[in-house]
Design a protein around this ligand. Structure first.
Ligand code: SAH
Ligand code: SF4
Ligand code: F3S
Length: 483
């Protein structure tokens, strides 16, 4: 177990071990020596800053990076102060890439002024060969480049950079290995994301994720349970199970297991109060899962079920493998089994060939399902995906018009759906001091809606019964009961 390893007891004069994770602890120990020398010379420890782009998978990966940096002796600081800046990148849409290049441009003059500074890039964008080529050519000031499959090797890559002084690039095309038991530094003390699987085998025709995250691999259920037990012992009461398609969890294990089966086991863990998961693919959502959700005391009343489009034709071109009717039937079945469930979704506007009629079908689904919220995206062409070379790419002005109409519809319905809880008393897990008012705290309902109410820092991580006084579109203003 990682927190039992004494880095100072590792003999770094020996050759590094070949097995993992021992090898990485060896390199963490090496980096720690370098950090101590830095400290002696500069009278302070080196500062590190990690910026995450993209989804919860990346957020979780960044916690691992931060855990390793902490073991090495780095101190967290703002980007302006940092001696080591790491961007964990996303490439799901073009604008994610643009943002990273923009930020790199801003770092360049700082690095020139402070040559000791290190810059690391990792994550999904680095899995694209064209990106790495561009960085090698035009961004020579970057120090370390690695991808999504070898993130566990972070300590080794940092040590290599520190010892060699050269740009280090290590990208793997794919992997079948999962390295367990490395450090991680959680953002919150009371809740945590847990990877239950990596990669994706679905190849939706617009999506780059299967190319940059590799084939689907499920973690051993015992390792997942052990990790959650350890987290609950450490004060975590809410977990978010993470995977690109959690509903196909376990299919590739030596002893196959369903996602519903995994949930039933996780439900037994003492001290755990809330279970969330992300993301569910409609084609793999089983009756068994609905049954488990219905009977569970811990699974939150929220299901994120990306529809992407309401048109059966477009869904076929997207390779989503369900029809509009099947999707609607599924949501009805879920609502019947779990009436108080909140449904949310992802929608893409302007997929190649999308006609006005296709778009109307999407609006129809939005009106029928009445989502609590929806992430709406403008289709972004990703080189290498089948959709990038499809004919009939939709003109930008048409997309923009549809996007605005969709957003209006989604927001109007969400405001109505959200308001149905007004006046009720519900349990809230308090997450933070409210961004807009330091005398208030912000917490989350089981259905994932946010609530702001009067309270202090001592409530963070606590479950509080709150009366939902007023719905303000996407969140509530509440009042704590009995405090
Ligand atoms: N695995 C998840 C989604 C991961 S990506 C699932 O299947 O639901 C998150 C969202 O980004 C997707 O649901 C999709 O709506 C959006 N997305 C993915 N590729 C995109 C693209 N090329 N253009 C626009 N949006 C995209
Ligand atoms: Fe992308 Fe589809 Fe996999 Fe989701 S299920 S990550 S949208 S390929
Ligand atoms: Fe982006 Fe990678 Fe997630 S491409 S959405 S960070 S899996």
């Amino acid at each position: 177990m990682y927190n039992e390893i004494d880095l100072d007891a590792i003999d770094t004069t020996q050759e590094p071990p070949t097995e993992e994770p021992a090898r990485q602890y060896y390199f963490m120990a090496k980096c720690r020596q370098w950090v101590r020398e830095f400290e002696q010379k500069n009278g302070r420890r080196p500062f590190a800053f990690t910026q995450t782009f993209g989804c919860q998978m990346n957020a979780r990966d960044s916690e691992k990076l931060r855990g390793i940096l902490k073991e090495m002796g780095y101190e967290e600081a703002s980007e302006e102060k940092a001696d080591f800046v790491i961007y964990n990148t996303c490439t799901v849409r073009e604008n994610a890439n643009t943002r990273v290049y923009g930020r790199l441009g801003q770092l360049k003059p700082r690095k020139k002024k402070h040559p000791h500074m290190m810059i690391g890039l990792c994550g999904c964008m680095m899995q694209e060969p064209e990106v790495v080529e561009k960085l090698k050519k035009s961004y020579r000031f970057v120090d370390i480049i690695f991808g999504t499959h070898n993130i566990y090797k972070f300590a080794e890559l940092v040590a290599t950079r520190l010892l060699s002084g050269r740009m280090v690039i290590d990208i793997w095309k794919d992997t079948d290995r999962i390295v367990e038991d490395l450090p991680n530094q959680r953002k919150y003390t009371f809740k945590s994301g847990i990877n239950i699987m990596f990669g994706c085998n679905n190849f939706c025709s617009y999506c780059i994720v299967p190319y940059v995250r590799g084939r689907e691999r499920s973690r051993d259920p015992k390792a997942i349970i052990r990790e959650i037990e350890r987290l609950t012992a450490d004060g975590v009461s809410e977990v978010m199970l993470l995977g690109q398609n959690v509903n196909s969890y376990g299919k590739t294990l030596d002893t196959p297991m369903t996602f519903a089966g995994l949930l039933k086991e996780i439900e037994q863990i003492e001290g755990l109060r809330r279970i969330r998961f992300m993301t569910s693919h409609p084609k793999d959502l089983s009756d068994e899962l609905i049954e488990v959700m219905k009977n569970s005391k811990k699974i939150c009343r929220h299901l994120h079920l990306p529809v992407q489009s309401g048109s059966t034709d477009i869904l076929a071109k997207m390779n989503r493998r369900y029809t509009k009717e099947q999707y609607l039937e599924l949501t009805e079945k879920i609502r019947k089994a779990v009436p108080d469930i909140s449904l949310t979704t992802d929608i893409i506007v302007g997929f190649p060939g999308e006609t006005e009629e296709d778009f109307e079908e999407t609006l129809d689904v939005v009106r029928k399902v009445r989502y609590d919220s929806a992430f709406t995206f403008i289709y972004s062409k990703r080189t290498g995906t089948p959709a990038a070379v499809m004919e009939n790419q939709v003109p930008q002005d048409v997309i923009k018009d549809r996007f605005d109409r969709l957003l209006k519809e989604v927001q109007a319905i969400a405001a109505e759906t959200c308001a149905v809880h007004e006046g009720t008393v519900q349990e809230v897990l308090v997450e933070d001091i409210c961004d807009h008012d330091p005398l208030m705290v912000t917490g989350r309902l089981s259905n994932n809606l946010l609530v702001h109410f009067h309270g202090g820092r001592e409530l963070i991580g606590q479950y509080v019964d709150v009366e939902l006084k007023e719905c303000r579109g996407f969140y509530y203003i509440g009042q704590a009961i009995g405090i």
